[in-house]
Design a protein around this ligand. Sequence first.
Ligand code: SAM
Length: 472
Amino acid sequence: MYNPQSLRATEFIDHEEVLASLAYADTHSADAASIDRILAKAEQRKGLNHREASVLLSCNMPDKIQAMYALAEQIKKDFYGNRIVLFAPLYLSNYCINSCVYCPYHRQNSHMPRKKLSQADIVREVTALQDMGHKRLAIEAGEDPVINPIEYILESIETIYGIRHRNGAIRRVNVNIAATTVENYRKLKDAQIGTYILFQETYHKQSYEKLHPAGPKHDYAWHTEAMDRAMEGGIDDVGLGVLFGLESYRYEFAALLMHAEHLETVHGVGPHTISVPRVKKADDINPASFNNGIDDDTFAKICACIRLAVPYTGMIISTRESQAVREKVIHLGVSQISGASRTSVGGYATPVPEDEASAQFDVSDRRTLDEVVAWLMGMEFIPSFCTACYREGRTGDRFMSLCKNGQILNCCHPNALMTLKEYLEDYASPQTKAIGEALIARELEKVPSINVRNIARRNLEAIGQGKRDFRF
Ligand code: SAM
């Protein structure tokens, strides 16, 4: 019954096909010749299907795993260069009428203080985020059609885009809100959102229904078909993800790739990003109560295999992960990370103590943005605050075709350097600034075209003299 062209969740995420893929992976994962054949295909940088990628994920041969890691790192460099895009989440409201058993926002949680930001609160939060140097946000909200209606989300987006504080401006607002109607997706598109992000949590229908016992999110088809409605509503960039720890990671992995194949088949464009969150401790939530937790090595293998399977899709790691884990997976194909995140509603303007009662989950990486930027540069990555693709309309299939042709590298590299320069001028500590200036000088020499290099050099000088260009 597997039919990637179908618009029905149970057909494009066909349970029997997932199980057949796992059985196929079991029979091939110890066969070195099969692994080499799949790795050779991955080397062509055109991706892998869910069965092939599942074989790699099941392989436990250390030398083959090393080969996967090396290839994942190389593919990331080929498509994205050494840029790492930075963003921060902004929690608008933790009112929620769902009952997700892994999420502290669940409606039965009566002791968590409920908060919803007013527009004035949003100005304070965004001002604090701009003062750190953030340019790209992902807004998050619980599902509550009465307290957090779509009009509230739209008004909040307008407020965020309108805030100008010193040289700060939020240039891209990604949105992570519950599955909604085509009409509402069209409104989000008109509000000029960047990516619409929705985590599937689990693709396993039976588990999904148990983990979401009540509320609108209980409906597996409504949730799983959301990206099709988003694309019908005109949103080109959608972000997938599963919450690892809820179900068997091999099941989730195969199904996640089937979802990506479905989007590509039906809409001609795959997911813009894939997020890989793991269940974390939170108010009223103990991750140990879920039986499918994965260790750091398995997590790393998942990241590498995603990179091999969908080479042109961005991969996001949040501050749910520690510095050490982030340091490992950033070499395996991750292209975006959050920095200095607060997962409580109002947590940027009014930082609250460690045991933040309204936080969505515990943050493992608690460093400041300045520390994260310096850390990335210490590993020879370029922290990028660039949003130019989105500004220039390079989204959806236009972004994908540039990315697949390896062209993104030509325009993104100098743009990333310019946004880093803005960050260094406006927000960095003196030590970070010194590291950054040296990095920019080295990286500028790597721009292949002399013309582009000269233009970039002139722009960098202008930024040093105070000029700001809001096209990036
Ligand atoms: N209400 C929206 C929805 O239903 O998709 C937005 C969800 S929430 C603000 C963002 C994501 O946080 C969820 O999709 C879920 O994957 C993740 N999350 C929830 N509880 C978590 C936990 N205990 N640890 C880690 N991530 C969690």
